[in-house]
Every structure is written in C-alpha cells, then in structure tokens.
Design a protein around this ligand. Structure first.
Ligand code: EPZ
Length: 442
C-alpha cells in the first residue's frame, strides 16, 4: 500500500528560530464570518494549510469571490467579496472533509435566514454531535433540523426572522460558541451566551466580527453579549492571530530533541497551560522581552520528571496538545498521568506510539505513561492531525529513520512543517512509501 509519508531520521537536537503561522481554528471561523459581510475585506496571516483550502473552496462554491496571494513569508493574503453569494446551500461532498464547515450554518442563517449543510467531518475522536449548535439556533427561531434526531445527511434551517435570546451551554463548546456569535451578529435583538468557550480563537472571531461592524462584548469570558445589527459593512483588513497549537507542537519538538529553539510571532500567555507544565517537568521556557517569542531548552544535567495533565477548555490544558504532551511525558522520569477530559476517544494514536517504544496503558480517558530512555524508529500512521504531529515529534527524538504515514492529515493544520523543521536542523523529507516494504512491517 503506497501512502504519503514524512521520512524522519531523528536524534538531532533542533536549534534556531522559527515563526509561527496564523491560527487554523481562528481562520476557519473568520472565513465563515466573512461570508456575512455586506462589503469586502482582506485577511492577512492566513495559514497555507489544506483545511483553509477546503474552506476557501466551500466559500467560493457559495458564489463568493476570493483571491488568494502567497506572501514572501509563506502565509496567504485573501481578498474576499461575498456580495456575489447566490445560494444558501453548502451540501457538496467537500463539506464533510472538515469540521469547521459547520460555521456556514451560522453564517448563512445570519446572511439570508436560511442554511442547508451536509454534516461536517473532521478528526475522528468518537462522537462529535452538533446538538448544542442546533438547540441554540432553534431557540433563536430557526426551524428545521431536530437536534435529537440527526442520523447524518443534510441539515436545513430556516428562520423568519432570527431573533436574539439567552443561550446556555451545558457543555463548553468552541464550535457552538462561534456559531451562535455568527448567527446572533445579524439577529434581531440581544443574544447572551452563558458558559461560552474562551479559547483565543473565540476572541479572534469576535474581534473580526466587530471589525465588520458587529456589536459583541465579553468574548474571552464565559458570558458573551451580542446586539444584532442589520448591516455589516466590512471594507477592512484583518490579521489572524498566531496558532497556539502549532506553537505548542514546536515547543514539544524542541524539548524532546534536547534542542534550543526560539519561537517567534506568538502570544506567550496563550502558551501558559503548556509552559507551566514544561517548567514543572524541568524544561526552561523563557519569555523574551519583546513579548512575542519564547525560547525552549533544557539546562545541562536538568532531570526531566513526569507530571499529571488533564485537558479542559481554555484556559485549561488544550486537548489539541494532548498527543504532543504525551510524547513529552514518555521521555520523562517516573509515571505520568494524562486525563483526556474533552473528547471521548482521543488516544487512538497510542498503539502507534507504542511501536516506537512508548510504555503507555490506557484506562478509558486516562493514559498512564511510564517514562522511557529513548524512542526507537518505526513506521507509524498519523491517525489524526495532532496525533500525526505528536508522532513527528517522537520520530525527531528517535534514533534511526521513521516514517509517519498519512502525512496529509498533518498538512491539514501545519503550514510548511517540513521546511520549518529543516530550518531547525531536522532531517525530514516527504516520501511516498510502501508501508509493507519498510523494516518488514505490515
Ligand atoms: C474545536 O472542535 C476544534 N476544531 C478542535 O480542534 C478542538 O479539539 C475542540 O474545539 C476543543 O478545543 C475547530 O476549531 C475546527 P467542541 P469543536 O464543540 O468545536 C461536545 C484540531 O486538532 N459537544 O468544543 O468540534 C463534544 O463532543 C481540532 O485542530 C457536544 O456534546 O469542539 C466535545 O466533547 C480537532 N455537542 C466537547 O463538546 C455539541 O453540539 C467540546 O467540543 C458540540 C460539542
């Protein structure tokens, strides 16, 4: 079986400086929001990743005009004009390629009072319902899909008109918080979201909506208040915030290779959940005075000890850094505990990490990680986006040549990962491998 892969010969400490790209999970919400403008806008610091390409194609398929320009830094600059949108339906098969296509429900409802969407896709972590989104839209006056009865397929919602209301979430949901902000921005009257998600990308989408002319207050806290407006004039430029998860992934890559890396164009406070755990383990994390970079390294002879981590919504430890953090825990002394508190099934990569010598036992949502001296090279599969990034980190630390297959999953969220790692001294290249031919593995 041929699969695209990253071929990595590990054991080299990563050293040097890199720049972080724009946030995947912010730009996907922002792109959907841009479909609501009654004007045009320019988006800068857009990461050149495959999830963005899918979302841009989805927006174009609605009739929006989007021109894309590659910048010398490697990011994209998008000029967006949604005034030519001529449908409320996003029902093609490409909708199922990504999770964030669900933001088109909120955006199209806000734009025209109608939205029709194929069920979104995304990484497989067990059940990923969208009942909270649909209950909130229903409370705002949208009729159509029944939140309790979703067997997949097409969701169609109509609201005449969409009205502001109080929305209480019993589970903190990034997607539902953003979707309700989108719909409420143009609804009649006031909407209050209670128990909202507080992730940095929630704040970025709210800032973008406000730049469009929306009236949103409280994003970044657990109560968000939105006063709907009839027109969102637009005509502005907006730069996407740096990616918290890409930053964390390079922090882990630097640490597990015993490297010394300075990571630029970041927001250090967003990294505090990971930085504080890494400091506790014995790594040195220095925030530079310019306040937009951090340096990650390990003092000579510093012993790296294990710790316990529990994922939870921001400002807790991000679930999207859970697999990378498990790689970090593998190379620490003692027994560590990783508790996955957000997703039902996000340990699917552990059998792959075990092929590299990891010693991990999973009990439902808890992984008990026993420290090992070293990873060994192996052929492993990127079972999802962040799992793939974690396996790349492990391969960078392992002696010998590893292949991380299904690398397309990693490209969903990491701009130019091969070039960035090479600039730090990594031996990594893209490769097409026959997985049955490598080291006798099937
Ligand atoms: C977003 O997914 C991110 N995706 C995920 O990142 C991230 O893991 C997740 O937030 C949590 O931070 C995007 O932004 C595109 P949720 P989302 O709604 O919005 C339950 C990555 O690697 N829930 O916050 O789909 C749900 O089952 C990706 O970049 C309901 O029960 O996540 C989960 O247990 C992977 N009903 C919890 O809430 C709902 O209607 C949090 O999910 C919605 C969610």
């Amino acid at each position: 079986m041929n699969k695209n892969a990253y071929k990595i010969t590990g054991g080299r400490p990563l050293r040097g400086h890199i720049n972080i790209s724009g946030s995947k999970n912010a730009v996907l919400g922002v792109l959907a929001a841009s479909m609501m403008i009654d004007g045009a806008c320019v988006l800068e610091n857009v990461p050149d990743i495959s999830d963005v390409h899918v979302m841009v194609d989805l927006c174009r398929s609605l009739g929006a005009v989007i021109e894309s320009e590659k910048t010398p830094e490697g990011s994209l600059k998008l000029s967006i004009d949604p005034r030519t949108i001529n449908t409320y339906k996003a029902t093609g098969p490409e909708v199922s390629k990504i999770r964030a296509s669900y933001y088109l429900l909120g955006a199209l409802l806000a734009r025209s009072g109608k939205a029709s969407l194929r069920m979104p896709g995304g990484c497989n972590f067990g059940q990923r319902p969208i009942d909270l989104h649909l209950k909130a839209f229903k409370a705002m006056g949208a009729k159509g899909a029944n939140p309790e009865d979703l067997s997949g397929g097409i969701i169609t919602l109509k609201a005449d008109p969409l009205k502001g209301t109080n929305v209480f979430f019993d589970i903190v949901s990034v997607g539902a918080t953003i979707n309700v902000m989108l719909a409420a921005a143009k609804a009649q009257g006031k909407t209050t979201i209670i128990n909202a998600a507080k992730e940095p990308h929630i704040v970025d989408v709210a800032n973008f909506l406000n730049a469009m002319g929306a009236r949103i207050k409280g994003a970044g806290t657990d109560t968000i208040r939105i006063v709907g407006v009839p027109v969102l004039p637009g005509n502005f430029s907006y730069s996407i915030i740096p990616d918290q998860i890409e930053t964390g992934t390079y922090m882990v890559a630097a640490a597990v290779t015993n490297g010394d890396v300075t990571i630029h164009n970041i927001i250090p406070t967003h990294m505090e959940p990971l930085s504080s755990k890494m400091r506790e383990m014995g790594y040195t994390i220095e925030e530079n005075e310019d306040n937009d970079s951090i340096r990650v390294y390990r003092e000579d002879d510093e012993v790296i000890t294990g710790t316990n981590i529990k994922t939870s919504p921001y400002p807790g430890f991000p679930t999207d850094l859970q697999p990378q953090a498990v790689v970090l825990l593998c190379l620490s002394k003692g027994i560590s505990k990783m508790h996955e508190n957000v997703w039902q099934n996000r340990f699917q990569y552990i059998p792959e990490l075990t092929k590299m010598g990891a010693n991990i036992n999973v009990y439902e949502r808890v992984a008990l990680v026993s420290g090992i001296e070293k990873f060994k090279a192996a052929t492993v599969e990127a079972t999802d986006l962040r799992a793939g990034a974690a396996l790349v980190c492990a391969a960078l630390a392992a002696e010998g040549t590893s292949y991380v297959t299904n690398a397309g999953r990693i490209d969903r969220g990491y701009e130019n990962i091969v070039e960035k790692l090479r600039s730090l001294g990594a031996d990594i290249e893209e490769s097409s491998v026959n997985v049955y031919d490598i080291d006798g593995e099937a």
